[in-house]
Design a protein around this ligand. Structure first.
Ligand code: PLP
Length: 425
């Protein structure tokens, strides 16, 4: 079959069996092809084109595409035993749980494995309820925690919530970064406060420096738990292994996923303190999942273990901090050239957002950058914020290439809109 036919047939299959409108949206963004292979920050499509990945799978590919050490660990486990029979011990899960206990902040000691970010958040919410005997959850406006019922109830964007009402009772949201609002919302009925240390899908929102510390203090005062959702910010993305480290705060529960599987396997995790884990002592089957804990998925855990070692040994969090500063500097230079189009460039490490004044300009810029074979998109809960979230193994030269493509695509988008706004003569 010719490549052209392969793509056309795939589009038809999508329209008939996956989603009738999605292919047009994908094509409008400029990505209407099929990826075939990847390595580091580079992807290749079936037509032989090379793409520079500045989307990083929305935070999945921290160690890059197909990192050789993760691939080798997965291959070796695949040849032995990909999935466990859950009445036996799972060695990779035990080793990875011990590794997470060693590298996560504070007294997080136990881990429950799952497959996705939203499952990690669901499990953390359940554990918070059972550990405290309370029901209420306080989270933040513009938060994104996933799309199953519990996570969605704690998330912030109405268009994703409204069609599925009623969601779970006992959830309320406060403005992110506002310590006074949080203090007012938390009481002796609060089971947990659930926060992203830096909001990702909300458009890279950095809280005031003392916010998480205040959140910790407020929770302690009322006997509530602090859950940090590091599904996107964790594992080196923001320039530290975990974003909580920037603020010197240790949570009672931490949610991980995305990059945990090393960009090769889907893997999520909930890490918790011994106190939070207490209800699982008398009944280890209180919360379970076939492909998660307690039996688990040796293949995914082998990937996770390799990924954590790569992050440490290649010093990728430090690399993210360093290259993140460079990327922000380069993008701020573009902002200075187009101050009326770009409201703000912000970020931490390689979690970077460019806030546009106008959503249409952002959309056209994404299509323009895609024509230059650089992959970028906007944040799910804030279409005005363009995301640059490359693998942490990206090079300075690749950053320069992406910034040049961004500058050109922005100029083109502005020229196009000026042309269409010009009165006809
Ligand atoms: N939590 C955060 C902070 C996220 O950014 C996401 C996804 O973007 C999730 C949870 C949900 O993860 P998943 O899509 O794997 O369910």
């Amino acid at each position: 079959m010719s490549t052209e036919l392969l793509i056309e047939e795939t589009v038809e299959l999508y329209k008939r069996h996956l989603n009738p409108t999605l292919p047009n949206l994908i094509r409008f963004m400029g990505f209407g092809t099929i990826l075939e292979s990847g390595e580091g920050a580079i992807l290749r499509d079936v037509e032989g084109n090379e793409w520079l990945d500045f989307l990083g799978g929305l935070g999945v590919f921290n160690v890059g595409h197909r990192h050789p050490r993760v691939m080798a660990a997965v291959r070796a486990q695949l040849e032995r035993l990909p999935l466990n029979v859950p009445v036996f011990f799972n060695r990779p899960a035990a080793e990875l749980a011990a590794e997470l206990a060693a590298i996560t902040p504070g007294r997080l000691q136990y881990t429950f494995f799952c497959t996705s970010g939203t499952e990690a958040v669901e499990g953390a919410l359940k554990l918070a309820r059972v550990a405290t005997g309370r029901q209420e959850i306080v989270s933040a406006h513009r938060a994104f925690h996933g799309k199953t019922f519990g996570s969605l109830s704690a998330s912030g964007r109405e268009i994703y919530k409204e069609p599925f009402q009623p969601l779970l009772p006992g959830f309320r949201q406060v403005p992110f970064g506002d310590g006074d609002a949080l203090a007012e919302a938390v009481s002796s009925r609060t089971a947990a406060v659930l926060l992203e240390p830096i909001q990702g899908e909300g458009g890279v929102i950095l809280p005031p420096d003392d916010y998480l510390g205040r959140a910790r203090e407020i929770c302690d005062r009322h006997g509530a738990l602090l859950i940090l959702d590091e599904v996107q910010t964790g594992l080196g993305r923001t320039g530290r292994m975990f974003a909580a480290e920037h603020y010197g705060v240790a949570p009672d529960l931490m949610c991980l996923a995305k990059a945990l599987g090393g960009g090769v396997m889907p893997l999520g995790a909930i890490c918790g303190t011994p106190e939070v884990w207490e209800p699982l002592g008398p009944n280890p089957w209180l919360h379970t999942s076939t492909f998660g804990s307690p039996g688990g998925n040796p293949l995914a855990c082998a990937a996770g273990l390799a990924a954590v070692r790569v992050l440490q040994e290649e010093r990728l969090p430090e690399r993210a901090a360093d290259l993140g500063r460079y990327l922000l500097g380069q993008l701020r230079a573009v902002q200075a050239e187009y101050p009326s189009a770009l409201r703000e460039v912000r970020g931490r490490g390689l979690l970077v957002g460019i806030e546009f004044e106008d959503e249409d300009v952002a959309g056209l810029t994404i299509a323009g950058i895609a024509r230059r074979r650089v992959i970028a998109a906007y944040y799910l809960s804030n279409p005005r914020v363009f995301r640059f979230e490359p693998p942490l193994v990206v090079t300075r030269a690749q950053i320069d290439r992406a910034v040049t493509a961004f500058r050109e695509a922005l100029a083109e988008a502005l020229a196009l809109l000026a042309e269409s706004d010009a009165p006809e003569s």
